[in-house]
Ligand binder design. Structure first.
Ligand code: ARG
Length: 277
């Protein structure tokens, strides 16, 4: 038996709950990140088929996938990661930076309002949900630089009563934290150092000395926009180097094709919001 097989068998994948949004109205009609070119044609059918592939992958892994109803006129709503932060049964609903996405918050407030959550509130400062806030199992890693207001980091610290590590993004291609960093397991992460300011790189290296470091080619195909259940790591199919690195660490990489949604600057993680009781 290969040593890495042993390691893979040791990794546990407890059942996860995710919230997704069908890309019924998916389109690129405006540009709020460098990936979005409204002149480039998109196909809602292809987007839907690829998204369905991701949905089926999560269900196939045994996870519970909930759905929020898409709203006409909100083409980016498929990126449910941005809708909220859900940790310890508490929900902080997003406040979007751009007017084109602002109405999405209403839909999330309503959806969470019908669930059994301890607290549901909307963020006071600009806060793009799990796009910029990632829970490690202990603390919350918080991104700023392009979308989320740095004051939102203090708000999140107070709201969840968890330590928050602030990180500054500097490369416009990686405008949300979840495009440059992914949490893999208990306090284990992978990231692309080039997306972060020098101080943030130091902070990451100190806190996560054993992190997997992605190269630029894997980051550029959104390889870090990945979702791990602690054992299986679903990531964009093009991130072949990362897949090898993950396997070496005992994870099971699962390639997913979401190239149509990448035209809007999103992939696996952007399409998935984790619901933590
Ligand atoms: N077009 C969307 C935007 O620019 C993409 C969001 C991607 N979501 C994410 N969690 N990174 O807001």
């Amino acid at each position: 038996m290969q040593p890495e097989q042993t390691a893979q068998e040791q990794r546990k994948a407890p059942l996860r709950r995710y919230l997704m949004c069908r890309p019924t109205y998916f389109d690129v009609t405006y540009s709020i990140n460098p990936w979005m070119d409204p002149d480039r044609p998109t196909s809602a059918d292809t987007g839907l088929a690829q998204w369905k592939g991701l949905f089926d992958t999560f269900v196939g892994l045994g996870h519970d996938v909930q759905l929020i109803e898409p709203v006409p006129g909100l083409p980016d709503m498929v990126f449910s990661a941005n809708g909220a932060i859900v940790v310890d049964g508490k929900v902080l609903v997003a406040r979007f930076r751009h007017s084109q996405r602002r109405e999405e918050s209403e839909a999330y407030l309503e959806w969470f309002g019908h669930g059994a959550w301890t607290t549901v509130a909307q963020a006071e400062y600009v806060n793009e949900g799990e796009g910029d806030f990632l829970f490690t199992g202990r603390e919350i890693l918080a991104g700023t630089g392009f979308r989320t207001d740095s004051r939102a980091h203090d708000e999140v610290r107070e709201f969840f009563g968890r330590p928050v590590i602030s990180l500054t993004l500097v490369d416009p291609r990686f405008y949300h934290l979840d495009t440059a960093l992914a949490v893999l397991g208990e306090e284990e992460i992978m990231y692309y150092p080039g997306a972060f300011s020098p101080q943030s790189r130091v902070a990451l290296a100190e806190r996560f000395p054993d992190a997997i470091l992605a190269n630029e080619a894997d980051a550029a195909v959104f390889g870090l926009n990945a979702l791990s259940d602690g054992r299986n790591v679903v990531l964009p199919r093009g991130a072949t180097g990362l897949a090898v690195q993950l396997r070496e660490r005992g994870y099971l990489p699962i390639g997913s094709d979401l190239t149509e949604l990448l035209k809007a600057g999103g992939s696996v993680k952007c399409c998935t919001l984790e619901l933590r009781e």
